[in-house]
Structures are given as structure tokens and as C-alpha cells.
Design a protein around this ligand. Structure first.
Ligand SMILES: Nc1ncnc2c1ncn2[C@@H]1O[C@H](COP(=O)(O)OP(=O)(O)OP(=O)(O)O)[C@@H](O)[C@H]1O
Ligand SMILES: [Mg+2]
Length: 499
């Protein structure tokens, strides 16, 4: 079953129909020709021939350990077909590998303590069955991103800070094999002819691979770790990403069916925020989500999750975000949630917002609410719609109620920096009004952490006040806004900061 370099019947004896451990023949008893070939190739030394005193101990993680590991690993892949081995359940596959490695130990005259053997087995199993040196990083919950830039350079993001790790791959080939394994799980291939690939790990983590020749210094792998328990609004409040009153305003925005764009830079927390906002949606609403890689974790019962599809190797079968959003409209949605708006689907989302699907939401990459507006405009123009800029802007004004801005600040902290409203047009320009902002007030000289505060801009009746009234949320809204006001030394309420 696992025959690779040897015939199927031969390998069956080695692995798949291997008897239970207790019944297994010893290495001397075996007549298996594949082992024989293997032994010849590796200068067979039988157990009896090898006097113990000649055996070399291997030191852990030293160069010698790596040498031993590489020898054992090469012997292992010469003996079995790994692609079939990985199809087995992990425990069973591990047992098989363990058996073979024990035999190889004997043949190769390697002496290792049980702990060292276990460690080596773990390492090899990680390489063969999992993601090799990435496994320990993948197992950690505190890591947000893993960024591998070739075999010798791996960075992680922890608590908003990017740190270099001491994770190394044997070489770019090992790294490429791991990339290959990851993308093959979603039926894709990454190689010189198709060097860019998006994929997802079984745990939901989002993966991008870009391989040589496009990535000059070796394969580059970027993983956005999936958090099983997505952050909640309360947690964002406890981290200081938003004040409790700001959190309440966001809840009201989510509940009262405002059309929302969440704007922010890469990794600023847009998806997390969208998830938090969507948690405020009532349980009886029909929600349709469209994503490139399903990250949103909706808690409501009536949800249809849609995911785009890249073209296959023949270049066919592409389903774009636009296809999904357009199709959504025929699915009787009450709310449409678009994971990331990055192209002409912006037009369809605005249309949906405009045509009775109030409370629709999406994220986009932009550094301020003002920039978010121009991004939407250019996404629509890039889609080939021959509409005058003013018409597009009017469409934006008629569709989007609120823009929530997320940012990752230079101290690594993530904050909600603006809650802004789209209030209308002045001439050809879309008018925005910040109702809630984050202000940096200083920096802690010891920790380097930025100091700041969230505050309202003194606006007591935002444009969505009517919606709040309609949903009986106006009192909470007024209270949260009033409580967030800050006065200057003269007692006047601090006003708006431009978005
Ligand atoms: N307010 C926050 N406080 C702490 N960690 C956060 C906060 N918001 C998000 N995170 C974490 O930051 C990481 C990135 O978050 P998220 O995926 O929401 O960002 P994003 O802006 O959608 O990224 P991308 O641009 O890659 O889509 C995640 O690990 C998430 O758990
Ligand atoms: Mg995102």
C-alpha cells in the first residue's frame, strides 16, 4: 500500500499489513526484499554484527542530532511511500513510522536515549505527517500570524509585535514540501508553473504561498492563525481597543441595521471587528456571508456561508466575490456580509445595501474613513462601470451609514480609531462626520505603550439616530455618546477630528 520505490507486495509487508507489534518478526527474521534493498543501499550491518561499543550516541538538537535525523529521514522516505502514509490516521501513521525508525536505528547503529528517540520521532512525524518545524508554532494560541520567508527566516506576530523565531527548515526543499502539503489539502498545487496559491489549514487558518521564481529567496508562506474562539466585543473592551461606551455604540450600530464598512490596514482587526458587529444581529435574521476564506464565526442559526473559488489548474471554475454577492441577492438575504470587499463586488454590495438589505456589512483596506470612500469609488470604477464619479458618490451616500476604522498602532496595540457617519454630499464631495474617535495623548516612557482615550465628538444626534429610535435603542445611544464626551479646560466639549 505504501510502496514507492519498491513493489506493492514488498511494501505491504513493511507497513500496511504489518502484524501487531508483539507479533512482528525481528529484523533478522525478515526476508522482505525491500528491507534488503534498503539495507544494501545503506551498508547493512546486522544487529549481531554491530558491536555496541561502536555505536555513536547522538546529541540532542546539535549538528549531530540533525545529521542523524537527516539520515533516518532519508532512510525512511526510501522505504515507504509517504503520500499514502499521510492518508492514515495520525496515530496509526505515527506507530508505523515509529516501527520503521526503530528498525533503521538498529541497522544504522544509532544509540539514543528513549527521550531522544521520542524527540526524533516527534520531529520526523511533524515533518512527514504535519507541517515540520511549523508544528510548534501552529500549536500556540497566542500567535496571530506566522510568516516564513525562505528556509532560514520565520517571523511570528504575538501581541501585536512581530518577532523573529529560531525556527529553521532544513532547506527550501523541505519548506516547499510543507507548502505543497498544505495546498494539496485544498486540491491545489504550488510549483514553478503556478507559484501563487491560497489555501486553508484544517483548523481554518488562512494560508498564502508564493514560491520561487516569484519569491526570490525561497518559498514564502504566510499563515493567519484561526482563533477557535473569535474575540468578542467585551474582550475588545477589556483590551482597551474600544471604550465600554464605544462598544455599546458599536452594538447599537449592529443591532439597528446600519449599513457598515469596516475599514483598516492589513491585520488591523477588520475581520475580528466584523465578527463582533455581526454578533449583535438578531437570531431570526437570514444572513449570507461571502468570503475568500471563511473566517467569520456567526452565532446565529440562520446563516448561509459562501466562499469564493480560485480557478483550477486548467484555469477554469473561478467563482469571484462578485459572483457570490450577485448570487446572494437571489437568496432572499436579510443581511449580506462580505468578508473583504476588494473589487467590483463593491458595486453589488452597495446596491444590496440600497435595496432593502439594511444592515449589510463588509470590510475593506483603507487607512481612514475618508480613504475608505475613495477606495470604494475606485473599486467600482475598476469594475468597468462607466458611471460619473458623482453618481458613484451619491450611491455611496445612499448606501453606507457608518464606517468603523480599525488600526494597529505602532506599539502593536489594535484600536478602533473612528466611528464615522456618511452624512451626505457637499458639491461633489462625500461628507463624513466622526461621532467617536481615539486620540493618542502620549507614550509611556518605560513600556513604550501609547497612551490615549476614546471619546465622542459631541454629536448627540447622529444620522442613524432615527434607526436607533425605530429599534428602541435611542436612550442607550444618547447615554453612551454623552458619557464619552470630554471637556477641555474651559469646559467646552471637544469636537470632531477629521477622518
Ligand atoms: N482588538 C484586538 N486586540 C487584540 N488582538 C486583535 C484585535 N483585533 C484583532 N486581533 C487579532 O489580530 C489578528 C488579526 O486580526 P484580523 O484577522 O481581524 O485582521 P484583519 O484586519 O482582518 O487582517 P487582514 O487584513 O489580513 O484580513 C488576529 O489574530 C486577531 O485575533
Ligand atoms: Mg481580514
Amino acid at each position: 500500500m505504501f510502496g514507492k520505490r519498491v513493489s506493492e507486495t514488498q511494501t505491504k509487508k513493511i507497513v500496511s499489513s504489518a502484524p501487531p507489534i508483539s507479533e512482528k518478526p525481528t529484523i533478522e527474521e525478515r526476508t522482505d526484499p525491500s528491507i534488503d534493498t534498503f539495507l544494501k543501499k545503506n551498508q547493512k550491518i546486522s544487529v549481531t554484527e554491530a558491536p555496541r561499543k561502536n555505536k555513536k550516541p547522538a546529541s540532542s538538537k546539535s549538528e549531530e542530532y540533525l545529521k542523524v535525523k537527516s539520515t533516518i529521514f532519508n532512510a525512511l522516505i526510501d522505504t515507504i511511500d509517504l503520500t499514502q502514509l499521510v492518508a492514515l490516521e495520525r496515530d496509526i501513521a505515527r506507530e508505523e513510522i515509529s516501527d520503521i525508525i526503530s528498525e533503521i536505528f538498529e541497522i544504522k547503529n544509532v544509540v539514543m536515549s528513549t527521550t531522544e528517540q521520542e524527540e526524533l520521532l516527534d520531529d520526523i512525524c511533524n515533518d512527514v505527517l504535519g507541517y515540520g518545524p511549523l508544528e510548534p508554532l501552529l500549536a500556540r494560541d497566542d500567535i496571530a500570524d506566522i510568516m516564513v520567508n525562505g528556509a532560514n527566516s520565520t517571523f511570528i506576530e504575538v501581541n501585536g509585535k512581530t518577532i523573529k523565531t529560531n525556527v529553521h527548515f532544513t532547506d527550501n526543499e523541505q519548506l516547499m514540501n510543507i507548502c505543497q502539503r498544505i495546498v494539496s489539502q485544498v486540491g491545489r498545487r504550488v510549483d514553478e508553473s503556478s507559484p501563487i496559491c491560497d489555501a486553508r489549514l484544517p483548523d481554518g487558518s488562512r494560508v498564502n504561498v508564493i514560491a520561487p521564481p516569484l519569491a526570490i529567496d525561497g518559498p514564502s508562506l504566510t499563515i493567519r492563525k484561526f482563533k477557535k474562539d473569535s474575540l468578542t466585543l467585551n474582550q475588545l473592551v477589556s483590551f482597551g481597543s474600544i471604550s465600554p461606551e464605544g462598544g455599546e455604540i458599536l452594538e447599537i450600530i449592529g443591532r439597528t441595521r446600519c449599513n457598515v464598512l469596516v475599514s483598516g490596514g492589513t491585520g488591523s482587526g477588520k475581520t475580528t471587528l466584523l465578527n463582533c458587529l455581526s454578533a449583535c444581529i438578531e437570531k431570526d435574521e437570514r444572513i449570507i456571508t461571502c468570503e475568500d476564506s471563511a473566517e467569520l464565526q456567526m452565532q446565529q442559526p440562520h446563516v448561509v456561508r459562501l466562499e469564493t473559488r480560485p480557478a483550477n489548474l486548467e484555469g477554469e471554475g473561478l467563482i469571484t466575490m462578485r459572483d457570490l454577492v450577485k448570487n446572494c441577492l437571489r437568496m432572499r438575504p436579510e443581511r449580506i456580509i462580505v468578508g473583504e470587499v476588494r473589487g467590483p463586488e463593491a458595486f453589488d454590495l452597495l446596491q444590496a445595501m440600497n435595496t432593502g438589505h439594511d444592515g449589510s456589512m463588509g470590510t475593506l483596506h483603507a487607512n481612514s474613513p475618508r480613504e475608505a470612500i475613495s477606495r470604494v469609488e475606485s473599486m467600482i470604477l475598476m469594475g468597468g462601470y462607466a458611471l460619473p464619479a458623482k453618481t458613484i458618490r451619491e450611491m455611496i451616500v445612499g448606501s453606507v451609514d457608518v464606517i468603523v476604522q480599525a488600526a494597529r498602532l505602532r506599539d502593536g496595540s489594535r484600536r478602533i480609531t473612528h466611528i464615522a457617519e456618511v452624512i451626505g454630499m457637499e458639491g461633489d464631495i462625500v461628507t463624513l462626520q466622526n461621532i467617536f474617535v481615539y486620540e493618542i495623548t502620549g507614550e509611556d516612557p518605560n513600556s513604550g505603550k501609547l497612551l490615549g482615550r476614546h471619546r465622542s465628538t459631541g454629536i448627540t444626534r447622529p444620522r442613524f439616530f432615527e434607526k436607533a429610535e425605530y429599534y428602541n435603542q435611542e436612550k442607550q445611544l444618547m447615554r453612551a455618546l454623552a458619557k464619552s464626551e470630554v471637556q477641555d479646560i474651559d469646559g467646552s466639549i471637544l469636537g470632531e477630528i477629521n477622518g
